[in-house]
Design a protein around this ligand. Structure first.
Ligand SMILES: [Zn+2]
Ligand SMILES: [Zn+2]
Length: 116
């Protein structure tokens, strides 16, 4: 009688053979932790709800407003990059509504593209 057919773990290049599930014990745990981390960074349903509420009250891009233009904001930007800091992340004084264009410009600058 043949034993249970084992399949390789779905993690790239993992040699582990498993009888059920997708990942070996080690990688199943690693996957769980990844989920935990993105939750800890704050990008979850709580953030999405807060973001929507904020944009409803602050519907216009602040940078466009400075240029005397009215553009619908689609992004809640963190004025000071939170880099995982929960206090900065949830501090509404650190939020500003931006349109996608202005958010992209800001992100590009933060990524080191100061254009020198
Ligand atoms: Zn594995
Ligand atoms: Zn704008």
């Amino acid at each position: 009688m043949p034993g249970k057919i084992k399949r390789p773990c779905s993690y790239p290049r993992c040699p582990e053979l498993i009888e059920s599930g997708t990942y070996c014990t080690k990688h199943a745990k690693a996957k769980d932790q990844q989920r935990g981390n993105s939750y800890q960074r704050g990008y979850n349903h709580k953030w999405r709800a807060a973001r929507e509420r904020y944009l409803r009250h602050n519907p216009e891009c602040v940078h466009c407003e400075e240029l005397r233009e009215i553009t619908a904001a689609t992004v809640v930007d963190h004025i000071i990059p939170h880099k995982g800091d929960k206090r900065l992340f949830w501090d509404r004084n650190n939020w500003q509504p931006l349109c996608k264009l202005h958010h992209d410009i800001k992100t590009a600058k933060e990524d080191g593209g100061f254009g020198n």
